[in-house]
Design a protein around this ligand. Structure first.
Ligand SMILES: [Zn+2]
Ligand SMILES: [Zn+2]
Length: 360
């Protein structure tokens, strides 16, 4: 069977599968759809690899939500496995990939991640909050402001329980570029792919030419990339992580959302092109005189019009994206960043020629 036909057949079987019903991708390697209730992504794909004895590796685990716990429990039961033999691999820190650990983790269960401890994630979130708090207030309509929480640290976005960071503190086994994780008949190489998340990894099975891609490369969705301060140039990291996986020999991409697909190089060049265009658009807005994040986000082109009327969480994500592009341009030296009070502003660099002309 050629790859296109294989993917087509797999796609049909995935589409028919209920949540928690394992779909065989290759021998001992299963895709399990785990629901993400009340979330636009609808589901996450966990990948389950059967090893010797009872050893079972699960890549990404879903939200902190009973429906996610149930789906993985059902999948293990169908596969004749128990939680006792489970090892977890996390592609990154986001709550749709990690939150369920608060439910399923038990002492002794190994967790592999590009993180030493979840405290690292919480530390970064605290730093970011200091930047986006004032921005949210500025971006919110009066009605949205009344729905925000105000703490000593500033304004906060209301988030539902399953979106909160991990509370439990499992001991993580730190994995980095080039480390190998053997699972049953497969050996996955860890490929660090920071960008969508600072701790993102993909898992590459070189001999099978397959890539468990997490949220780094998805078939239809453009993975979100956000930065909230100049020390974190997430877009530069994301673009070089795209080039890095674009160089791998891959026939099948197993993403965390949406369908398995082929054509990694094409998808990578589409995403690179998308961000290059976006950088020019954002640069053009700064050149036209838009100097703050709210104004630049509001005037950028998005899939949905009328930015001002968007829900506050969508404004939050779009401002994070805008800022990631702005920081990239600042680091390239194409625009300048200043700080006024606790807010950033952006402008074109000092231009000698213009100053000389103005004097004449
Ligand atoms: Zn993610
Ligand atoms: Zn995700």
């Amino acid at each position: 069977m050629d790859t296109a036909q294989f993917v087509d057949d797999l796609d049909k079987r995935v589409a028919r599968a209920a949540f928690g019903e394992p779909v065989e991708v290759l021998p001992s390697l299963y895709l399990v759809r785990v629901p993400l209730p009340d979330n636009p992504l609808k589901a996450i794909n966990s990948y389950v690899v059967l090893g010797d004895g009872d050893e079972t590796t699960i890549v990404d685990v879903g939200f902190n939500h009973p429906a996610c716990e149930r789906a993985l429990g059902d999948a293990l039961a169908v596969l004749g496995r128990s939680w006792e033999g489970v090892r977890i691999v996390l592609t990154h820190s986001h709550p749709d990939h990690t939150g369920n650990l608060d439910r399923i983790w038990q002492p002794g269960m190994p967790v592999f991640a590009n993180l030493h401890s979840f405290q690292e994630v919480k530390n970064l979130m605290a730093l970011e909050e200091a930047v986006y708090g004032p921005l949210l207030l500025q971006a919110a309509t009066l009605e949205q402001q009344s729905a925000m929480t105000f703490t000593d640290e500033g304004p906060r976005l209301h988030v539902s329980a399953e979106l909160l960071p991990l509370e439990s503190y499992p001991v993580f086994t730190y994995v980095a570029d080039g480390d190998r994780i053997a699972c049953g008949p497969y050996t996955f190489e860890v490929v660090e792919t920071p960008g969508h998340d600072a701790w993102h990894i993909c898992l590459y099975e070189r001999s099978r030419r397959l890539l468990i891609a997490g949220d780094h490369v998805l078939e239809r969705i453009t993975p979100s990339v956000s930065s909230w301060f100049p020390a974190s140039n997430a877009l530069a990291a994301f673009l070089s992580s795209l080039e890095k996986v674009g160089d791998l020999e891959v026939d099948l991409i197993l993403p965390a959302h949406g369908r398995p697909f082929t054509g990694l190089r094409e998808r990578v060049s589409f995403l690179l092109g998308h961000h290059r265009e976006r950088l020019e658009e954002i640069y053009g807005l700064v050149r036209a005189g838009h100097d703050d994040i709210v104004s630049i986000s509001q005037h950028a082109t998005w899939r949905y019009p009328d930015w001002k009327s968007w829900p506050l969480d969508q404004k939050f994500f779009s401002m994070g994206e805008t800022l990631a592009h702005l920081i990239y341009l600042v680091r390239e030296g194409r625009i300048l960043q200043g700080i006024c009070g606790d807010e950033y502003y952006f402008r074109m660099p000092y231009d000698r020629k213009n100053v000389a002309l103005a004097k004449q």
